[in-house]
Design a protein around this ligand. Structure first.
Ligand SMILES: *[C@@H]1O[C@H](CO)[C@@H](O)[C@H](O)[C@H]1NC(C)=O
Ligand SMILES: *[C@@H]1O[C@H](CO)[C@@H](O)[C@H](O)[C@H]1NC(C)=O
Ligand SMILES: *[C@@H]1O[C@H](CO)[C@@H](O)[C@H](O)[C@H]1NC(C)=O
Length: 301
């Protein structure tokens, strides 16, 4: 009997190993991704630390135009088990970006969020080594198929009433496959674009931050942040997905550019943010935690 059990267990684990496309932020977390998705072990991966001291000023990084962003659209907000996504339902005018040193216009295809276990982590990029509680990625594609992603950080601060619609939607899409249609004007959940352009953005060549980690993406992350309170962040912490941020990847000789001379920037330094000690569960600890939870569950059954 005992032997049979062991055999069944071995067979079962063999089967689950053969199960391709399994990835998550726990036992099949970012450290494991390169095994199934070789590109995740590539040399031009995202996110990275946006280190102001090494960023090179590039005068060709003109302001980014956010075309057709300021309009009320119907959005399909869905939880795919890895993030909360927003996709437009029948827009008559598609939001797009151009300007900067882009050679094309890129149409918005979706946005999604990255968060963590608590307000002192959650963003994927770091700014000067610090993580923010939340990061939004606006994914754009040109007609020729190139991808340009825009990232904005949300900083821990005062309650931001303009986030109500998206937070209500986040609170109603906490399980995988949950979905809800909402009216949303994207400019309500993003910083003022003129201010944001004035304070500058970082630019580098990177990748998707989730498998298959495809490279060749034109990454832009703005320095201007959007305020969100701890009470508001709870909408993300109630999600069954507890954390979905990859940690920073090595630059490997890539050049990090910035659109403003740092000395000219009027952006106030993030004193409040920097006082908080950054901490994150390592993948190893997440795996331990997950194993412990599984044991408890098995003990209960
Ligand atoms: C919303 O997105 C989900 C997942 O992609 C899809 O199954 C559903 O049909 C979409 N709903 C609408 C109204 O577009
Ligand atoms: C940017 O896109 C807008 C909207 O599609 C278009 O009207 C404008 O001409 C474009 N500008 C450039 C410089 O390509
Ligand atoms: C990052 O560090 C640089 C150099 O110390 C500083 O000038 C800049 O204000 C910092 N950025 C933020 C947003 O705090």
């Amino acid at each position: 009997m005992k032997l049979l059990n062991v055999l069944v267990v071995i067979l079962y684990s063999k089967l689950s190993l053969a199960n391709v496309n399994v990835w998550n932020y726990r036992e099949h977390g970012p450290d494991e991704w390169p095994k199934e998705f070789p590109q995740c072990g590539g040399k031009q991966q995202s996110p990275i630390d946006l280190d102001t001291t090494i960023a090179q000023f590039n005068k060709d990084l003109k302001p980014i135009n956010f075309n057709n962003y300021d309009q009320n659209l119907l959005w399909n907000i869905t939880n795919d088990g890895k993030s909360i996504y927003g996709r437009m339902i029948n827009p008559s005018l598609i939001p797009s970006i151009n300007g900067s040193n882009y050679r094309e216009t890129f149409n918005l295809i979706q946005f999604h969020f990255h968060w963590g276990f608590n307000p002192y982590q959650g963003s994927e990029h770091r700014l000067n080594g610090s993580k923010y509680p939340l990061e939004i990625h606006l994914v754009h594609q040109s007609e020729s198929g190139n991808l340009a992603v825009i990232g904005f950080f949300y900083r821990l601060g005062r309650t931001n009433v303009k986030l109500k619609e998206i937070l209500d939607a986040a609170g109603q899409t906490i399980f995988k496959n949950d979905m809800i249609a909402i009216n949303l004007n994207l400019v309500h959940i993003l910083p003022d674009f003129d201010e944001a352009n004035k304070n500058g953005y970082f630019r580098y060549m990177g990748s998707l931050t989730i498998p298959p980690c495809t490279e060749g993406l034109i990454w832009t992350v703005f320095r201007q942040t959007v305020s969100i309170s701890e009470n508001q962040l709870v909408k993300f912490y109630s999600n069954k997905l507890e954390s979905n941020h990859r940690d920073v990847q090595p630059l490997n000789g890539r050049i990090l550019q910035i659109s403003v001379r740092t000395s000219n920037s009027r952006l106030p330094p993030l004193k409040q943010q920097q006082q908080h000690k950054y901490f994150q569960l390592s993948q190893q600890n997440v795996r331990k935690l997950s194993a412990a939870t599984n044991q408890q569950l098995q003990a209960q059954n």
